[in-house]
Design a binder for this molecule. Structure first.
Ligand SMILES: *Cc1c(COP(=O)(O)O)cnc(C)c1O
Length: 388
């Protein structure tokens, strides 16, 4: 359907295309200079010391967990309102995974719930080793409170900022790792900027940085200072641990550099469209996204919650009818603990009531840089028709 409005999509302009073509015509299509340029651009923008570009955010989450020391016998906690990758990375490391229910206003993990769960876990001697805080829809978690709990209870913090590049917290950019060990970004085409597939890790800790660099590429180093014994010669490298091939190509990194130059423009358009939704939807029987005063969202997603007691249709009916009308609504997310794979691990429906209630009511409306006001009006009209 040609007039189908998707929920999200990339925006590629001529400058993006030229940047990619330039790499294709150069000597390096992978492991060349564009990767370092991309890392530098993102590190500068976010205000982090070190950046490591990888093949996806999933790969980034995996090596972030390994670098922070997560392994067998350890536990990782995250939000159930996320893409499965934020939890799967714990299982890749043979750790246990558990969830912290969401705050019903921000849809991020609840800091109160986190604290309660930590108090209980301390008594039972099963504190988590790592917490992955997911900045849902582009709105930062309450990182200062999370960091203070992490100091008190001794767990590491990884920010899953797959949605949130371009957002800010307490007036400084998401990704500066002020309140975390590592921040992870995604460059999948529906996210804020894209490299096709791709991800990045940001950190301020030199030791973590060196470890992430090695894990990205087979656990190998060419730095003689890090080797055991003497170098055999200029061909020599050593494998010091078990790593992976999680590298990104220069072709992708060049696209990333070009997209970074457009990031502020992307964010301001998304903010404009989100505010416009807020106005157009304010009188309908639904809840518009609540924003914590410490945060400025990057607006990866615009999620509404239907007031089901004020409408005659069911959530599912509204959703399916919008899809049929060519409005590409979506649902972020199916609570991870309700996935069959996680149910096999012992989780049950009812374990995290706030996120389960949220899942009964939530709908992500189309939001992306290239969404026109006309199409946004179509979304609103189509939704309005179904609610009143
Ligand atoms: C998209 C996404 C990921 C995975 O990103 P990829 O780059 O596709 O691997 C992880 N976490 C969250 C919250 C995401 O939205």
């Amino acid at each position: 359907m040609s007039d189908y409005i998707p929920y999200g999509r990339q925006d590629i302009n001529q400058a993006d295309i030229d940047a990619v073509v330039e790499v294709l015509q150069s000597d390096w299509i992978t492991q060349g200079p564009a990767i370092a340029r991309f890392e530098q651009a993102v590190a500068n923008y976010c205000g982090a010391k070190y950046a490591v570009a990888v093949s996806s955010a999933t790969a980034a989450l995996h090596i972030a967990c390994l670098a922070t020391g997560l392994g067998q016998g350890d536990t990782l906690w995250t939000s159930p309102n996320t893409f499965v990758a934020s939890a799967n990375c714990g299982l890749y490391c043979d750790a246990q995974v558990d969830f912290v229910d969401i705050n019903p206003h921000t849809y991020n993990l609840s800091v109160d719930e986190l604290e309660h769960k930590l108090v209980a876990a301390e008594k039972q001697g099963c504190l988590p080793k790592v917490l992955i805080s997911v900045h849902f829809a582009g709105q930062s978690c309450e990182m200062e409170q999370i960091a203070s709990l992490s100091k008190h209870y001794g767990f590491k913090v990884i920010e899953d900022a797959s949605h949130a590049i371009g957002g800010s917290y307490q007036g400084t950019p998401v990704g500066n790792c002020k309140f975390s060990d590592i921040t992870v970004l995604s460059f999948h085409p529906v996210k804020i900027i894209t490299t096709g597939e791709g991800g990045m890790l940001l950190t301020n800790q030199e030791e973590l940085y060196q470890k992430l660099i090695r894990l990205r590429s087979h656990g190998i180093t060419r730095n003689s200072e890090l080797m055991q014994g003497e170098s055999h010669g200029s061909w020599y490298y050593q494998q010091l641990e078990l790593g992976f091939n999680y590298r990104i190509t220069d072709i992708q990194a060049a696209l990333g550099v070009s997209q970074m130059q457009r990031l502020d423009e992307f964010i301001s358009r998304r903010r404009f469209l989100a505010q416009r939704y807020n106005q157009l939807l304010q009188d309908l029987p639904l809840i518009i996204p609540w924003q914590h005063p410490d945060t400025e969202s990057s607006w990866h997603l615009y999620v509404i919650r239907l007031k089901l007691d004020k409408i005659t249709k069911t959530h599912r009916q509204v959703f399916e009818e919008l899809r049929q009308a060519g409005i590409g609504v979506n649902l972020h997310y199916i609570p991870v603990h309700t996935q069959p794979y996680y149910q096999q691990l012992g989780f049950k429906c009812g374990d995290f009531p706030e996120v389960e209630k949220y899942y009964q009511e939530a709908i992500s409306l189309p939001l992306y840089y290239g969404l026109t006001q006309e199409n946004q009006d179509r979304v609103v009209a189509s939704l309005t028709e179904r609610l009143i």
